[in-house]
Design a protein around this ligand. Structure first.
Ligand code: BGC
Ligand code: CA
Length: 258
């Protein structure tokens, strides 16, 4: 017994499936065969349509995913280029910064040099200018040991005066009868300025000085009357003259410009 479908309008209307008797099957054989073909074709059609639809959808999805991936790749490549450009920009800016800093330092050094050489460069209030340099002359009636005189100068951002010219000597000696200067006996017994340099040349000693008369005459004063130096004990108390510190430090270069 086999399953067959009758395709009469009535039966279709009724929407029912029937099993037919064996003798009826031969009569309806060609019809059954035709129905099967139609149904098969329909199934194949539907299947093909479904496959095509699914295929199209799948292709769309694949296309979207591929496009998305390519877009992300493009974006990544663009970002790489941007990052590379930024790295180059940073390097260029760093180079510029270094160059600007170097240029600024050069200009600052030039400003310092020019400012030091300005003839109208003013001294601090209470200081005296002589030959482009600033000096502090101790107050009238105040006297100190050599060490305490030097301490006073250092507290003013200065040091005891270093004398390199006869003009400077005359400027320093004129205020008081006796004035401390920045010269003392060093460790090795030679005469040393407060900036650590040794006395060069003959200096401006009084006749027969330095004589170390007291046996401990390790500091140097300048006498107004004699206009020259004498070694005396450092514990003596006199007036003193300070010279601005950076000018003391760059003394040799300054004195050569005077
Ligand atoms: C001497 C100086 C000495 C001083 C000490 C003077 O008579 O000529 O050399 O330094 O005495 O007070
Ligand atoms: Ca002496």
């Amino acid at each position: 017994m086999s399953l067959a479908f009758r395709n009469t309008p009535r039966e279709v209307e009724e929407g029912s499936w029937n099993l037919m008797a064996a003798d009826n099957r031969s009569m309806h054989g060609w019809q059954s065969h035709s129905s099967v073909c139609w149904i098969g074709a329909a199934v194949v059609g539907l299947y093909t349509t479904a496959i095509n639809e699914w295929d199209n959808k799948y292709k769309d999805v694949i296309y979207e995913i591929t496009k998305g991936r390519d877009d992300v790749r493009d974006e990544r490549d663009q970002l790489k280029i941007t990052a590379n450009n930024l790295t180059q920009e940073i390097q260029a800016l760093q180079d510029q910064y270094v160059a600007v800093v170097a240029s600024r330092d050069e200009l600052q050094a030039e400003v310092n040099r020019l400012s030091l050489n300005r003839t109208d460069n003013p001294c601090h209030l209470g200081w005296k200018k002589f030959n482009k340099k600033c000096y502090y002359v101790s107050s009238n009636g105040v006297s100190k040991t050599w060490a305490n005189s030097r301490k006073d100068c250092q507290e003013r951002g200065a040091d005891l005066v270093i004398i390199t010219t006869k003009e400077e000597l005359d400027f320093v000696k004129k205020s008081y009868s006796v004035t401390w200067i920045g010269l003392s006996r060093g460790q090795g017994g030679g005469w040393t300025w407060v900036d650590g340099t040794d006395l060069e040349g003959e200096g401006f000693w009084q006749d027969d000085e330095p004589n170390n008369a007291d046996g401990n005459e390790n500091c140097v004063e300048v006498s107004r009357d004699m206009a020259a130096w004498n070694d005396v004990p450092c514990s003596r108390k006199f007036s003193w003259v300070c010279e601005e510190l950076d000018r003391v430090r760059s003394h040799s270069s300054l004195s050569s410009q005077n």
